[in-house]
Design a protein around this ligand. Structure first.
Ligand code: GLN
Length: 546
């Protein structure tokens, strides 16, 4: 019988429910259990694919092409749970499915209602992940308890334990214990209210995970336990980690969370094997180099817009024993203030994916700077397309070269719409999406990184390199080194005469893990470390010490 863990959040959003759920998944896996992860999002969009990063942060793409919530990125980085369309449902999808069934006559004669039809649909989505080979399904409910939108989800998970038996379900509530400076006290009242709201719906949480900036004392734990009707050992502190999110699971173990979960669910397991995870935190804390990487994007100020890229840079730092200081640089600022001023001190430049014209010229300037100064450069998706535009304009001297996404009438459309996209007008879920095979050129830098001549990476785009220009580019030193298996679509470009200049049409950041850094990110950071150690002041320093 598969066991179910439901993770809800209270008091405020952004408490790190995704990270906590992923940590729980990781800890259970390290105890030898087969875990599946899932997020239910209360918003009405069918998926986050059409939302701005300002609204929602990054859109995380899975192998099967589904565009999902960025918390699924945490799940993939922390666990080996296979993710698919069934791992992320929104209110929009639930209603769409119920309405389609209604039109087909599935509910003939009935009034279709939130209870039972919507809640049944939600429960069916949760059950899809259960099965003989699965020990635990962890379902995270997006939003905050008390939101109007999350009511049907909470009602569904309440019913779920009636359906499968209370002994097979565990409710974990993540909450905030704010510290009031004026009173010099941690305050438990918001948590009491939030648990009160859950209990009104009929859910008594089994475990409370308390986010706090200061350690909870015995008295606070006892008070929370009493008012929220849980045993004291089920009040688990999750103190802010200013060093790294990868410390979160280790601190949850120290507070006994995983042991309590397996005890409550009656799961027979040994202690978790956390050696690899402890080793990774140790490496993170003890770097041998410190380098600086500029990420030049349109959403530089938004921490979550390029979430997986920042994570993948950290992973490659761990694998190269380097502390990676990321400088989030606004592409429009590069345009305004000049690449020289903003990028002079960095050891590598990464230009991420994106849509729309704003900031494009700044990205092109940053890439030119990287190309001309021999700075390691990694371009991703739109970052690759901008690298092609830059090379066309400044090396091939194709004046006005551009992507047709930004100028339909450009005289040199070096990036143009994919053929398969020409007739598409709908915006949702219609890009070239998901894992595709890329064949690599044997002599390429990418092949050296991957150590394989065929790879699978995830895509999310509508535009592509215009094959009409391939030979002109190669003649001037920018090679196509990766293509779709039939050779038709350009997936990777490189400049062999540059220390490290690789740009890819796909999104390698989605497949990087802390314990297994992505080959391209590893190669990029390795090149940045070399570059850093060759800086004149570093060489002088090294000479002084020898
Ligand atoms: N806007 C570009 C395209 O659609 C790049 C997309 C991206 O960077 N994800 O092709």
């Amino acid at each position: 019988m598969t066991k179910h863990i439901f993770v809800t959040g209270g008091v405020v959003s952004s408490l790190g429910k995704g990270l906590t759920s992923a940590s729980i998944g990781m800890l259970l896996e390290r105890r030898g259990l087969a875990v599946r992860m899932q997020k239910l999002d209360p918003y009405i969009n069918v998926d986050p694919g059409t939302m701005s990063p300002y609204q929602h942060g990054e859109v995380y793409v899975l192998d099967d092409g589904s565009e999902t919530d960025l918390d699924l990125g945490h799940y993939e980085r922390f666990t080996s749970s296979p993710l698919s369309r069934d791992s992320n449902y929104t209110t929009g999808q639930i209603y769409q499915s119920v309405i389609n069934k209604e039109r087909k006559g599935v509910y003939l004669g009935q009034t279709v209602q939130v209870i039972p039809h919507i809640t049944d649909e939600i429960k069916a989505c949760i059950s899809k992940l259960a099965g003989a080979e699965v020990d635990v399904v962890i379902t995270e409910i997006g939003g905050t308890v008390g939101d109007i939108e999350s009511q049907p989800f909470l009602e569904a998970i309440r019913q779920f334990s009636r359906d499968v038996g209370a002994e097979n379900c565990l409710y974990i509530h993540l909450t905030l214990i704010p510290y009031l400076k004026a009173a010099d006290e941690l305050k438990t009242k918001p948590t009491q209210h939030s648990v009160g709201q859950l209990r009104q719906i009929g859910i008594q949480p089994d475990i409370l995970i308390c986010r706090t900036e200061r350690s909870l004392g015995k008295d606070e734990c006892a008070k929370i336990a009493l008012f929220c009707n849980v045993p004291v050992e089920a009040v688990i502190e999750e103190k802010d980690k200013d060093f790294s999110i990868y410390e979160v699971p280790l601190s949850l173990v120290d507070h006994g969370l995983d042991a309590l979960i397996v005890k409550r669910l009656g799961l027979k397991t040994g202690e978790p094997d956390l050696s690899a995870w402890r080793d990774l935190v140790h490496r993170l804390r003890n770097p041998e180099h410190e380098i600086s990487i500029a990420v030049v994007g349109k959403y530089a100020e938004h921490r979550d817009a390029y979430k997986s890229i920042y994570e993948a840079l950290d992973h490659a730092g761990i694998s190269n024993r380097a502390q990676v200081r990321v400088q989030r640089i606004h592409s429009q600022a590069v345009q305004r203030e000049g690449a020289d001023r903003l990028l002079a001190g960095v050891d590598g430049i990464l230009v991420p994916g994106g849509f729309g014209e704003r900031g494009i010229e700044g990205k092109v300037d940053a890439i030119r700077f990287a190309r001309q100064r021999g700075l390691p450069f990694l371009g991703i998706c739109l970052g690759m397309q901008c690298a092609v535009v830059e090379f066309a304009r400044n090396v091939l001297r194709l004046e006005g070269a551009n992507s047709t996404e930004f100028n339909k009438d450009t005289p040199h459309p070096v990036i143009c719409l994919l053929n398969e996209q020409r007739a598409i007008t709908d915006k949702g879920g219609t890009m070239r999406l998901g894992a595709q095979t890329t064949r690599l050129d044997a002599a390429s830098r990418s092949m050296a990184c991957y150590g394989a001549d065929s790879i699978r990476e995830r895509h999310r785009h509508r535009y592509e390199f215009n094959n009409f220009y391939r030979e002109q580019f190669a003649a001037q030193g920018m090679n196509v080194t990766g293509t779709s298996p039939d050779g038709g679509l350009v997936e990777i470009i490189e400049i062999p005469d540059h220390p490290w200049f690789v740009a890819v049409q796909f999104h390698p950041e989605f497949k990087s893990q802390p314990t297994r850094s992505h080959p391209l990110f590893h190669g990029f950071i390795g090149a940045a470390v070399r570059r850093h150690s060759q800086r004149p002041e570093r060489i002088a320093q090294a000479e002084e010490t020898t």
